[in-house]
Ligand binder design. Structure first.
Ligand code: HEC
Ligand code: HEC
Length: 331
């Protein structure tokens, strides 16, 4: 016997084949109108003209991401805090860097970071190229002098060859700019399309449960989408909020403007179910708590347990397929 839901999916599939993904979502009645407010995640973010995404650059960036010798202790790499097994983050409230120092903020994932129009919780860098050298030099992260890092890399024949292949137009390719470009290029490949939500938006109407669809509708109706919008579920903009336990002045540290006090860049919600704990200080352990805080602080609302559960179910549908990459065999 064909169940009604299978019959619906056969109709939807026919529609998908005939008209393309968007049309099938429109078939999802009431929920189709909500789905129209979202966009699936593209396979790649925008690629800047001055840093083309070549295989050689991506491979070099992959090596450098796991390379602890660009830290002064020789034991901390980007992957120490952005650990691929932990959603490319670290699952502790605040990061632990050079000589065990605890940083000021929670480590965000680098997944889909190429889609962000402002990097860091306070948006102090516009892009991944600008972002990359900060952690190498930061006293609480890798605490490394850039010239010394370059000198260490120059000591390896393999890096001499890899930098030459990645930057064939440069006479002296091992330099800080190129380290940043290679790291940025690699990170632009760390994207997670094909989440259940993306599959739903592309026409697989069974990819979300009813509860997740109700959560999607509630996410729109309650105005979460005002800030968590676009393919990466962030407006890359700054909003004032003081989450429990945080005295961090956020964007104010960058601009010195009164209106930026306690403002933070909206984080992406992609893969949010696997990148706990939450908020700029990592002080919020669960998605349920994070959702209640958002309701109270951003929307002036106390959600019922059921509303929280639906919103959380929706956010759980945003976990995508983890990107393919190789663990490099470092020289
Ligand atoms: C000691 C832990 C640690 C190390 C090592 C580290 N990071 Fe981070 N990373 C963080 C923290 C904490 C933040 C947030 C800092 C802030 O917003 O002020 C961050 C932010 C970022 C962001 C911005 C993401 C966003 O959502 O805004 C990117 C991209 C990133 N790091 C990449 C790297 C790269 C590349 C390296 C290696 C060169 C690296 N990180 C090394 C902890 C670390
Ligand atoms: C006015 C803009 C705005 C609205 C509306 C909003 N958010 Fe947020 N959201 C933010 C900002 C900014 C943060 C970061 C706060 C911080 O850490 O200081 C955040 C953080 C989060 C986090 C934690 C993510 C992480 O990785 O730490 C979750 C989950 C979240 N929001 C979900 C929601 C949900 C669900 C709604 C609707 C009920 C919502 N947000 C409404 C701006 C907004």
């Amino acid at each position: 016997m064909t169940s009604p839901s299978k019959a619906v999916s056969a109709v939807a599939l026919g529609c998908l084949l005939a008209l393309g993904g968007g049309a099938a979502v429109a078939e999802d009645g009431y929920y189709g109108d909500y789905a129209d407010r979202f966009e699936p995640l593209p396979a790649l973010p925008p690629i800047p003209a001055d840093n083309p995404l070549t295989d050689e650059r991506v491979e070099l960036g992959n090596f450098l991401f796991f390379e602890p010798r660009i830290s002064s202790s020789g034991i901390i790499s980007c992957a120490t805090c952005h650990n691929p097994a932990l959603g490319w983050a670290d699952r502790i409230p605040r990061s632990v860097g050079h000589e065990g120092q605890v940083g000021e903020r929670n480590t965000p994932t680098v997944l889909n970071s190429g889609f962000l129009e402002a990097q860091f919780w306070d948006g102090r860098e516009p892009d991944l190229e600008g972002q990359a050298l900060g952690p190498i030099e930061a006293e609480v992260e890798m605490a490394m002098d850039l010239d010394a890092a370059i000198e260490r890399l120059e000591g390896f024949d393999l890096y001499q060859a890899m930098f030459r292949d990645a930057f064939p137009e440069d006479d002296d390719p091992i330099n800080a700019d190129n380290v940043a470009k290679a790291l940025a290029g690699f990170q632009r490949t760390l994207n997670t399309p094909h989440s259940p939500f993306d599959r739903y938006l592309q026409g697989d109407l069974q990819a979300l449960t009813e509860k997740q669809k109700r959560g999607m509708a509630s996410f729109v109706d309650n105005g979460c989408i005002a800030c968590h919008r676009g393919p990466n579920l962030t407006d890359s903009d700054f909003h004032r909020i003081q989450v429990p336990g945080s005295e961090d002045k956020g964007r104010y540290e960058v601009t010195g403007e009164e209106r930026d006090k306690y403002a933070f860049r909206t984080p992406s919600l992609r893969n949010v179910a696997v990148t706990y704990p939450y908020m700029n200080n990592g002080g919020t352990e669960t998605l349920e708590e994070a959702t209640m805080i958002m309701g109270q602080e951003m929307l002036g609302r106390d959600f019922s347990d059921e509303e929280v559960a639906e919103l959380v179910a929706f956010m759980e549908s945003l976990t995508g397929k983890m990107p393919d990459f190789d663990i490099p065999a470092l020289p």
